[in-house]
Design a protein around this ligand. Structure first.
Ligand code: FAD
Length: 386
């Protein structure tokens, strides 16, 4: 039977980075035919691989402090240095977000680095079960069984099953007695209730700068109307904090005093939609029957328009779901994991890294950075055991 120092389950962001970060005979397995499939499509094909400004507050987890060690051990500059050394071009966009020119270049870099660090690849191989033995683990796969002294579980979240996401890692964690926190799709669109869907369907495809808020969390960025509801960066960010049943408020004219504009045109026959600064027919469609000539409007009409444009509130029916969510919030409770090494406390030799853990980053490169940082920490510990 093939025997390895380490078997890494999942050739995604965290698994590949882990494989390339220590030199020991290891195998990385994935049921996809190609490695790094999600990385390859990330950031709209440009891979938002990290963010210059990362702190623990950029992550949502039941245990707020867990991510601190890994973020201190592996910084954005560490990944940037690797790209510089390998002459991989990248660019900085707003809010410290760093993007590659081509996500495939990042995938090629990760694969090459792993190969150079003594890694065998077993692709199109589904991992079916893992058993703890007296010494090491038995890994049962669709291609046979192998033995490894250590296992790194890096099977990611539930989002985008079309890119290889599976619940295998979570089932395995349950089998090993680990606690799983509640999971939900995040960094995704929010859907309108049925009636609103009909009313605002006409706006699908329109996008506007808006301030979107749920609870204390407010994001000012682009908002896109879809056939089901709203999406775009401001909404994706909001979805990470939105809890089912809670309202979402939208200001379609952030930084603009709507009341002042309406008062300025109060004596005219102009309609509201013609005096406010919203693109194309958006104002008319958004206002519907509220779009009247200003001179005819009563005080309560006025207040209704202001509320509609700057404090539009609704309770989303739900999220766009796992097929469209960039990440899965929730996962394996980090209480079971050593925050420095990512080894499980109860099952020596079993490491768990990446999105499968109950740590979810905001939109902007934070999730891939989490994957790199975890892979690095686990690798550092595994290299000491070789
Ligand atoms: C469309 C999209 C765009 C994104 N863009 C960005 C971005 O620009 N910046 C950012 O920071 N984050 C982005 N993310 C999130 C980021 O890609 C993930 O958080 C990150 O890839 C998680 O890394 P991971 O290693 O934990 O999991 P993954 O990268 O998902 O890797 C897990 C791997 O495990 C494999 N696997 C699962 N089950 C099995 C099994 N039983 N047997 C064998 N293999 C298995 C899967 O095939 C997969 O290859 C994006 C996500 C999506 C879906």
């Amino acid at each position: 039977m093939l025997t390895y120092h380490t078997a890494i389950i999942g050739a995604g962001a965290s698994g590949l980075f882990c494989a390339g970060s220590f030199n020991a005979p290891k195998i990385i397995l994935d049921h996809n035919k190609l490695p790094g499939v999600k990385v390859g499509v990330s950031g709209g094909g440009k891979c938002n691989f990290t963010n210059r400004f990362i702190s623990a507050t950029d992550y949502v987890s039941l245990r707020k402090h867990f991510c601190k060690n890994a973020l201190a051990a592996f910084k954005p500059t560490d990944f940037i240095e690797l790209l510089d050394e390998n002459k991989i071009p990248y660019e900085e966009r707003a809010k410290g977000q760093l993007f590659a020119k081509d996500a495939q270049e990042i995938v090629r870099f990760l694969v090459k680095r792993a190969q150079q660090a003594n890694t065998d690849f077993s692709l199109a191989t589904e991992v079916l079960d893992i058993k703890k033995m007296e010494h090491g683990f038995l890994v049962r796969t669709s291609g046979g069984t192998l033995q490894a002294e250590h296992v790194v579980l890096a099977t990611g979240g539930l989002s985008y099953p079309s890119l290889g996401a599976s619940s295998f890692g979570l089932q395995l964690a349950k089998k090993f007695g680990l606690h799983i926190t509640e999971q939900r799709p995040a960094l995704c669109g929010l859907t309108f209730p049925k009636e609103m869907r009909k009313t605002y369907k006409i706006l699908a495809g329109n996008s506007v700068l808006a301030a979107v808020q749920t609870g204390k969390h407010l994001f000012t960025d682009q908002l896109l109307f879809t056939h089901e509801g709203i999406s775009g960066p401001a909404v994706l960010s909001t979805s990470l904090y939105w809890q089912e049943g809670n309202p979402v408020q939208i200001n379609f004219l952030p930084n603009i005093d709507v009341e002042k504009i309406l008062v300025q045109h109060k004596q005219t026959n102009k309609k509201v939609s013609s005096v406010i600064n919203l693109p194309g027919h958006m104002a008319q469609n958004l206002l519907g029957p509220l779009d009247q000539p200003l001179a005819n409007m009563t005080k309560s009409n006025f207040q209704a328009v202001i509320k509609h444009l700057s404090a539009f509130e609704f309770i989303p029916a739900g999220t766009a779901g796992y097929t469209k969510a960039e990440v899965t919030a929730g996962g394996i409770d980090t209480q079971a994991i050593n925050p420095t090494t990512f080894e499980t406390k109860k099952i020596p030799g079993l490491y768990i890294i990446g999105e499968i853990l109950d740590v979810t980053g905001r939109l902007g490169g934070f999730n891939l950075h989490w994957a790199w940082a975890n892979g690095y920490c686990a690798a550092k510990d595994l290299s000491k055991k070789f």
